[in-house]
Design a protein around this ligand. Structure first.
Ligand SMILES: [Zn+2]
Ligand SMILES: [Zn+2]
Length: 287
């Protein structure tokens, strides 16, 4: 069986997280990918610079789904830096922008895409978009997941979460705050429908059940401005964190850069088995 070197590192940060814009950076020493660019090209440049990260390391963008909080910065950023954009045909068709043909690359469910030393595996998720995906980014034996905009945890998510050394996991709303809040009835129902977003309690139950022993970082993401509170989320998860560092991603600024390394005990074969069944695709209704 082929085991890979254990002295590698991945560097991860959320450049912004929430319904006002999502952008997640995952890279090694040589190259990096962005999952979603829902903030402007200018903001991406500013925030990377503040963190001391070079945009020249970014080699590709992966699009999870067409909602504007995940794509609005893509056309300018991709064109300015000639970045390949990995997206499914139906998602691109539902984006309100055009990309130069040379920048468009398709991906397929559960088929890894290589970007330098990084391997990015897309898998379908439950969300009210036309063809929504989550991604797991591997570098050697290290694996980082980007799991936001999830209506409910599906078998795919359970499978891939259990392989992660670090994960961005949605913790969108506090159930009581949503219930008592000022959102209209239809929007409350959409959020908790099973095709909207994960609540704090759903995310916590999922983390408690499926966290692998070697997960070093959990970055709670896509928090609602109206129906959640970063401190509440931090306290909720910290109680059950054990050795996992809990971070709450901000809606207004980048997080620090977190370095993901691992011990020999977390090494599993660099090829891992496919999950059971993909969830059914959902129609696009909301952002
Ligand atoms: Zn979103
Ligand atoms: Zn969405």
């Amino acid at each position: 069986m082929n085991f890979l070197c254990v002295s590698m590192s991945l560097y991860i940060t959320s450049l912004n997280s929430g319904s006002n814009g999502n952008c997640y950076y995952v890279g090694n020493d040589e190259e990096a990918v962005l999952v979603d660019v829902g903030i402007s090209c200018r903001e991406v440049e500013i925030r990377l610079k503040q963190l001391g990260l070079s945009i020249t390391k970014v080699k590709a963008i992966f699009i999870s789904h067409e909602h504007s909080d995940h794509v609005r910065g893509i056309p300018v950023l991709a064109a300015k830096y000639s970045l390949p954009v990995y997206v499914t045909t139906s998602t691109l068709r539902n984006c309100r922008f055009r990309l130069e043909k040379r920048l468009i690359h398709n991906f397929q469910s559960n088929l890894p895409v290589s970007i330098g030393g990084l391997s990015i595996t897309p898998f379908p998720k439950l969300h009210d978009a036309i063809d929504p995906y989550s991604f797991i980014i591997a570098y050697g034996h290290l694996r980082v997941g980007v799991f936001t905009d999830i209506g409910a945890p599906c078998e795919n998510l359970k499978h891939y979460f259990q392989l992660c050394h670090a994960a961005f996991l949605e913790s969108n709303y506090d159930e009581e705050m949503l219930e008592k809040g000022k959102y209209p009835y239809y929007l409350k129902n959409r959020i908790k429908s099973g095709h909207g977003h994960l609540s704090n309690n759903q995310a916590l139950a999922f983390f408690k059940m499926y966290r692998p022993s070697y997960m070093t970082h959990l970055i709670l993401s896509h928090l609602s401005n109206e129906n959640n509170c970063p401190k509440l989320v931090y306290n909720l998860f910290s109680e059950y964190a054990n050795d996992t560092e809990i971070v709450v991603a901000s809606r207004f600024e980048a997080t620090s850069i977190y370095t993901i390394t691992s011990s020999d005990s977390s090494v599993i074969p660099s090829t891992f088995s496919l999950p059971p069944e993909p969830p059914t695709l959902q129609m696009s209704l909301f952002e």
